[in-house]
Write a protein that binds this ligand. Structure first.
Ligand code: SF4
Ligand code: SF4
Length: 411
């Protein structure tokens, strides 16, 4: 930075780019909306969709449309862990207005949750959204399963997905939440399609690909086989810090985004958060796979000004190396992470409700209930952070190692 000159915030840079690339096919629309009051959400959604050609550009009358929220864990809407039901309801109503048939479905993350999906639908507000809009809730765990073969570098791997996603619906509307993510820095449109895999099979992939780069490559390979026609991001209340579960911090952000290209949406999200694209491994892998734009400069931004988006700087998730660590130290830390632990999940006994979700969901069985206290066996733990993601009580958090704290200080 030139001395004396104030550097521009990410939002200011995004605003400046508006209109500069109006010929690009990668359109991301943004509209302001600072409330989940149903009428206001419906109005904002209508305006948002106008910027990308209207819903009729994506849906024909009579088609079956899957609306795919982020239903990570059984958390209430104000925690910002899941896509808000007011937005899902508004989308389902808009689908019906087109003469199409709306369905709502996602596979949540945890073992215990799968057994009680109706409880999750209640607590996240999805049941109410479905009842109010006339949409049908779909239980992916009870769907037929279908095998897909993914190409990962030189390997081929077989996975299962809920067959209904590819076979029963003509259109998929992906509705991710604007959130940070401990392992992959930000979650978003591409990662949200991980939910097409039925319950525990998702968790097993954390074991097979524990590092964020390998997991991200897997997520991109999966996404390439289940590309949604439309993406709408819930950024009315987003999440910063230790996302994507209940340990993250809800934050008033006040907007909705829409894009037909999921990578364009994820690049926009990372840019609003102020995270360099190179530090969001899903974006890095998606660019390598040629799934869309490579930078913000390739994106045609339409809609409202986002100048009022707060905060100007989002807190990084502690599981990712934060912005306090300079870029030149990252390769060294990546190397050190193979030799020593940089982060540890820890339990806050006072907040722990002993629900056992973490115990049952840990892919390597590193968590146990020791005489009424939940404890992690660090010799087994692979630092996937699933337990933190899925804990509904904010009881699991990340403790950074001294080495990581030192690296941050040096930055
Ligand atoms: S203890 Fe938590 S972070 Fe460690 S492997 Fe199990 S789920 Fe992953
Ligand atoms: S830490 Fe406690 S509250 Fe959180 S998932 Fe584990 S058992 Fe449940």
């Amino acid at each position: 930075m030139i001395k004396g000159r104030k550097s521009k915030t990410q939002i200011e840079q995004i605003e400046e780019r508006k209109g500069s690339n109006s010929m690009s096919k990668f359109v991301v629309a943004a509209v302001k909306c600072d409330t989940y009051e149903p009428q206001k959400v419906t109005e904002a959604l209508d305006r948002l969709l106008e910027h990308i050609g209207g819903l009729s550009a994506f849906i024909k009358p009579g088609q079956k449309v899957l609306i795919k929220p982020n239903l990570l864990a059984p958390c209430s809407p104000e925690t910002a862990v899941t896509t808000h039901p007011a937005l899902i309801q508004a989308i389902a109503e808009a689908v019906k207005k087109q003469g199409a048939i709306p369905f709502i479905g996602d596979s949540p993350g945890g073992f215990s949750v799968l057994e009680r999906i109706e409880h999750l639908w209640e607590i996240t507000g999805m049941k109410q959204a479905a009842d109010a809009s006339g949409a049908t809730l779909v239980n992916f765990e009870k769907s037929r399963f279908k095998e897909l073969e993914l190409s990962l570098e030189k390997k081929k791997i077989k996975i299962l997905i809920a067959a209904c996603v590819q076979e029963d619906f003509e259109v998929v509307i992906n509705v991710p939440k604007f959130k940070t993510h401990n392992l992959t820095t930000a979650t978003g449109a591409i990662k949200n399609m991980f939910g097409v895999m039925p319950g525990l099979t998702k968790i097993q992939f954390h074991k097979l690909a524990p590092k964020k780069e390998a997991l991200s490559a897997f997520l991109v390979a999966l996404f390439s086989q289940v590309i949604p026609q439309l993406n709408i991001m819930d950024g009315i209340i987003g999440m910063e810090g230790e996302g994507p579960g209940s340990s993250g911090t809800p934050i008033n952000t006040g907007f909705l985004l829409a894009a037909d290209n999921a990578l364009a949406m994820d690049i926009m999200q990372a840019s609003i958060m102020g995270f360099p694209l190179a530090r969001v491994p899903v974006i890095v892998e998606a660019i390598k796979a040629g799934l869309g734009p490579k930078t913000m400069a390739d994106i045609n931004i339409q809609g409202d000004s986002l100048a009022e988006v707060q905060p100007k700087k989002f807190s990084w998730p502690p599981g990712s190396y934060t912005d306090k660590i300079p870029g030149f130290l990252i390769p060294l830390l990546n190397y050190m992470a193979r030799l020593v632990r940089l982060t540890n999940p820890v339990v806050n006994d006072e907040l722990c409700a002993k629900c056992q979700i973490c115990v049952q969901s840990c892919p390597v069985k590193a968590i146990n209930n020791n005489k009424g206290k939940i404890r992690v066996d660090y010799k087994e733990c692979i630092e996937c952070f699933c337990c933190i993601e899925l804990c509904p009580s904010r009881a699991m958090t990340i403790k950074k190692s001294r080495l990581l704290k030192l690296a941050e200080k040096k930055g």
